[in-house]
Each structure stands twice: as C-alpha cells, then as structure tokens.
Design a binder for this molecule. Structure first.
Ligand SMILES: Nc1ncnc2c1ncn2[C@@H]1O[C@H](COP(=O)(O)OP(=O)(O)OP(=O)(O)O)[C@@H](O)[C@H]1O
Ligand SMILES: [Mg+2]
Length: 407
C-alpha cells in the first residue's frame, strides 16, 4: 500500500494532547519516513483528511460532542484510500466492533504499546488494496518524471524544461505534461504563449478526490500537444502547496502522461523536494561561472546526503560557449561530476524566442542551440526509455528525516 518513495502520513483525531504525545512516542519505533498530523476537533477531521490524503487515520474513541463511530463512518466514505484504525480503551472492546462495522480497518487498545502500533501499521500497510487501486498503482508507474532545478535563478531551467517537453512530444509523439512549479516566478505561460484560466490552485481544494478528468480539465493545451499545469500568479496562491498535494498530483500525471517535466523554482523547500523525490532524473542547469560552482557543489552534496543516487542527477551547462566562461573540464574537476550535456550560448535567439512565445526547438530547430536542445532530448529518451528494467533501482533513498507536525 505504501509506495517505495512515499512518506507515511498519519492523521490522529483526538481531543487529547497526551494521546498525541503517546502516538508520537510509539512511532519512534517506526523505521520508515513518517509524518504525524493531529486534529483535535472532530469537526475538522474530514477537511484535514481530504487535504492531507493520509494513508492511516487514527481515531480516538473519546471525542468531544460526536461519537467516534460517526467520524469513522464519514471518513471511510470520503477518504476511502485511508486505512482507519480506532483507538479504544482496553475495557471497551465492544466499541471496537462498532468502529470496525463503521469502516475502521482494525483497532488498537489504549494505552498504546509501541511494538503493537508498529506491528499493526505494518500489517495494515501490507494488506492488499481493492483491485482497482492496485491497478491504479501499476499504471502509475508509467510516466517518467524529469525535474529541472538550479541553486540560483536565471540558469535556463525554464528554457530547458519547456524545450525538452516540446522536443519529447515532437520526437516520441507520446503524451507529455509540463508542470510550472516555480510558484514565486512562474513563466511557462509567457514562454509558451498560453492563456489559461485554470492552474494548480484549482486542484488543491479537492486533493483527496483528484482524478484524471479533474486534472485534465485544468491543464493548458499547447500547440505542440504538450499539456501544462500552470502556476497561479504568486499573489493568488492561497496557501502553501503541501507534500501530499505534490505526491497526489505527480502520481496522477505519471498515470496520464508518458513524460512529466517539472520546472522548479526556488527555494528548494519541502514542496520542491516532493517533486525531486518523485523524479527519475534531476537536470541541474549551471552557467559556466565561478560563483555557480560553489552553489552547485552545495546543492549536489545536499542531494547525495538526501539519498539521491549519482545517476539520478544530471549536470547540464547552459550558455556553455559564453565568452570568458569556465571550461567544462574545469567544472567537472571542481564538482567531481561528469557534465551530461552543454547548450551553446545564443542570447539573441533565446531572448527572441521568449519574447515571441515560441520555444527555440519549434522554430529554430536547426540552429546550434536548437540542435543541442534536441540532443538533450535524445539523451533523456535513451536514458529513461532504455532503462526501464532498472527502474526499480533508480532511487536509493538514504535515511530520511522524520517530521512531527500538528494543527
Ligand atoms: N543557451 C542560452 N543562451 C543564451 N541565453 C540563454 C540561454 N538559455 C537561456 N538564456 C536566457 O537566460 C535567461 C534565463 O533563462 P530561463 O528563464 O530559462 O532561466 P530560469 O532558470 O528559468 O530563470 P528564472 O530564475 O527567471 O526562472 C533568459 O533571458 C533566457 O533567454
Ligand atoms: Mg524560470
């Protein structure tokens, strides 16, 4: 039930802070990544669960103003993918059977025993899901995700992401999606001349009930056939985009598209890392400048420490032929990483194409920059299409931090 790259999200519904602490303590035995969320008011449990889409919901039997059975019944119908566990007093086991009848998967007696909680979580997570969800999960493995990022702005992330997306569409004829995930400074709409009223904010409020139809309805359709999940104007983004939101949206996009490209902005916060975690390849664009080297070194270290394998991260030098720029050999020596590709410098063409809203790979495919961009696309195809059999081994995540969050 829990994907290899997924963080376990647990929502606790309980009026008692000491029970939250007890659960937090018991979870210290849990060896995987997890995040515990707590909602003290049962009235908020439903909306919180829909927003977070947790895999596990723990419902205390001692709620204020409403019976736990009612809450469990509502949760199980509105958030069917979650496994609900009732927390029952040891001497009230009769209530446990009511909880199970209302939709709980199982129950745990209070006070909690850490070993018991870990065992039950493992059992529940191992239990097969209903067939339709199994099928969804298999299908979810279809698309490749490539994220573009850099330790500073202006290195060509948007240029590379947009041109690679269009190039993949042109060269493979497959379905391609592009996510403008630069929420501080979105640009895909301008660069691709897209005028769409809808963007990711139309998905956030309905995160628990996202489906392909809904996602499809908010995507902007580019003339090349690439479909784009736009970012809202920064001032219009009501709240932060959560990690579960990103995971849900990526999962659906991977199911719908053969290729999902992500143009990531800064800072590389938790949300950005959720995109990076879900990516098969990360293309780190760098300019041939001295300052860029140090920041890129730090970013690479952060990625390796985070558990990303070396072959997951590609270094691409943009504007590589820039006058006075550092040589590729120098960059490789200093960064201890091979440069995967170099894009030549052509400021006039790059600016012209941005101003006209027509990416280089469409109208200037025979220019040196256009040819180099197509070469990058070919490298991506060869690498990911030729590496299907090694897909399961593509990410070896290291020990990840655990987090504890509450309402
Ligand atoms: N190969 C290139 N040669 C010359 N100029 C380029 C090249 N690639 C991109 N540029 C120019 O560099 C600038 C930054 O490119 P781009 O917007 O793609 O980068 P970014 O990392 O997405 O930046 P931002 O921080 O604005 O999101 C743009 O003005 C673009 O025209
Ligand atoms: Mg950009």
């Amino acid at each position: 039930m829990l994907g290899a790259r997924e963080t376990l999200r647990i929502l606790l519904v309980s009026a008692h802070e000491d029970l939250r602490d007890e659960v937090g303590h018991a979870l210290e035995r849990w060896t995987g990544d997890y995040r515990l969320y707590w909602v003290s008011q049962p009235g908020l449990a439903l909306s919180r669960a829909e927003e977070l889409v947790p895999q596990i919901i723990l419902v205390d039997d001692d709620l204020v103003g409403v019976s736990a059975t009612t809450v469990i019944r509502e949760l199980s119908s509105r958030v069917p993918a979650a496994a609900i566990l009732a927390l029952e007093d040891a001497d009230e086991v009769a209530k446990a059977s009511q909880a199970v009848l209302a939709g709980a998967r199982s129950f745990i007696t209070k006070p909690l025993r850490p070993d018991e909680l870990a065992t039950i979580l493992q059992q529940v997570l191992r239990q097969p899901r209903p067939v339709s969800m199994e099928m969804e999960e298999t299908a979810a493995l279809r698309g490749h995700v490539v994220a573009f990022c850099a330790p500073k702005g202006g290195t060509g992330r948007t240029t590379l992401a947009v041109n690679t997306a269009i190039g993949l569409r042109m060269m493979t004829k497959q379905e391609v999606a592009l996510v403008d995930a630069d929420y501080a400074a979105p640009a895909a709409d301008v660069v691709m001349s897209l005028h769409n009223q809808r963007d990711i904010s139309n998905l956030l409020s309905r995160a628990s009930r996202l489906d392909q139809e809904l996602v499809s309805s908010v995507l902007a359709k580019h003339a090349s056939g690439v479909q784009v999940l736009l970012a809202p104007p920064p001032a219009d983004l009501a709240g932060p985009i959560s990690v579960p939101h990103v995971q849900q949206i990526l999962m659906l996009l991977r199911r719908m598209f053969s290729w999902v490209l992500v143009d990531l902005g800064l800072p590389l916060d938790e949300m950005a890392f959720a995109f990076l975690d879900g990516a098969d390849r990360i293309i780190l664009s760098i300019l041939p400048e001295m300052v860029a080297l140090r920041n890129t070194r730090l970013m690479l270290d952060q990625f390796y420490e985070w558990g990303y394998s070396r072959d997951k991260v590609w270094l691409v030098v943009n504007r590589a032929t820039m006058k006075g720029g550092i040589s590729t050999r120098d960059m490789e020596d200093r960064l201890h990483i091979r440069v995967s590709h170099r894009i030549p410098d052509d400021a006039a063409l790059a600016t012209h194409s941005i101003n006209r809203g027509v990416p280089v790979i469409m109208n200037h495919r025979r220019s040196a920059m256009g040819r180099s961009l197509r070469k990058l696309v070919q490298l991506v195809i060869d690498d990911l299409e030729g590496a299907v059999e090694t897909k399961s081994s593509r990410v070896r995540r290291g020990k990840r931090r655990r987090a504890f969050a509450s309402d």
